[in-house]
Design a protein around this ligand. Structure first.
Ligand code: ADP
Ligand code: MG
Length: 318
């Protein structure tokens, strides 16, 4: 197959831990041909959507990837997205208007016959934070509002809460306010920008000490191990980007229940890969833009996540 990866700049990949790289390496190992571009290289020429894409080959190895290039690239060519057997949208958030524009362009390409994963419409429609609302049986008490008075009332009711922006990532802008209410006023004002932005308040889930579990769902099926990202020291955030420690572990019965409930729904929407996040028994996020954690799970358990993903991709396009 010819596979186009739409991703962040390749030169910034930390290949020893990058999920997109793990996908590329597995695809190349199977003899698939790799192309790469960034969202800015997409164009609609009035007739079709093209990418200015470079064919790449993996040449480096992980041991010296900080000094030597890990890939060799040919000259960029303008290629219709229908030229590829599969297009993988792997751009990381921020999920801003340019991200949305890219999904619109990809949807035009889809109408012309391109095969795109995850499906652009589904990426656009799933708010990574608000998507949990579809499965209230798995959600801890949560309030989403711009209204400062309601956020304060939620804190008064639950005592120990997390406040977070709807469009954050990597733990950015996530605050815990305990029963004493310290800093509540400033945090609410800052996150809501005095009522201009929507904020999520959530009851604090104490099981975060056992980690924020990433449950990967590939082709509707759960990967049997999660990656528990455990906050370190006095940090409340488990995100690897915030210094969390990743520990792979078998799915709990509840993890599996969550994954098996969401899996077929996500699959039917064209979400070949999703990253569910659960803290304790509760679903907190449904990540669909560019889910990660393949490498940590592969390295710690030997379970071939990248192979499972490329298997599912091969099945999806045939
Ligand atoms: N309800 C909660 N209870 C306890 N900790 C939480 C809760 N919500 C978020 N956190 C902590 O904050 C971190 C980041 O929150 P999350 O909702 O995953 O946003 P992000 O998109 O930034 O990853 C989590 O890994 C977890 O450590
Ligand atoms: Mg998260």
């Amino acid at each position: 197959m010819n596979i186009l990866f739409i991703a962040d700049p390749l030169d910034r990949f930390k290949i020893y831990k990058d999920t997109t790289y793990a996908m590329m390496a597995e695809a190349a190992r199977r003899g698939h041909v790799l192309y790469a571009c960034e969202p800015q290289h997409l164009a609609w020429n009035g007739a079709k959507v093209e990418a200015s894409a470079r064919r790449i080959a993996i040449v480096g190895d992980e041991a010296n990837s900080d000094r030597l290039p890990w890939y060799a690239a040919e000259q960029a060519e303008h290629l219709s997205l229908t030229h590829f057997d599969a297009v993988l949208m792997r751009k990381d958030p921020p999920f801003d208007l340019e991200y949305v524009n890219a999904t619109w362009l990809l949807e035009i390409a889809e109408r012309n016959g391109a095969r795109i994963f995850n499906k652009p419409q589904a990426i656009r429609d799933h708010s990574e934070k608000l998507a949990i609302a579809e499965w209230p049986q798995f959600v801890t008490p949560t309030l989403v509002t711009r209204d400062a008075a309601r956020l304060r009332a939620f804190h008064a009711e639950h005592g120990d809460v997390i406040l977070k922006p709807l469009d954050g990532m990597g733990g950015m802008g996530v605050f815990r306010v305990k029963a004493d209410g310290m800093n509540l006023g400033s945090i609410v004002e800052m996150l809501s920008e005095d009522g201009a932005r929507t904020v999520m308040a959530q009851k604090f889930i104490p099981e975060i000490t056992d980690g924020d579990k990433r449950i990967l769902v590939i082709g509707g099926q759960p990967v049997p191990y999660s990656l528990a990202r455990i906050p370190q020291g006095s940090e409340v955030r488990g995100n690897l980007a915030a210094g969390g420690l990743g520990r792979a572990q078998p799915l709990s019965a509840r993890d599996r229940e969550i994954a098996e409930t969401l899996g077929p729904v996500l699959q039917a929407r064209g979400l070949l890969l999703a990253g569910l996040d659960a803290i304790g028994d509760y679903l907190t996020e449904v990540n669909v833009t560019s889910p990660t954690c393949f490498r940590e799970i592969m390295d710690q358990t030997g379970f071939d996540v990248a192979g499972t993903f490329i298997d599912a991709l091969e099945r999806a396009v045939h």
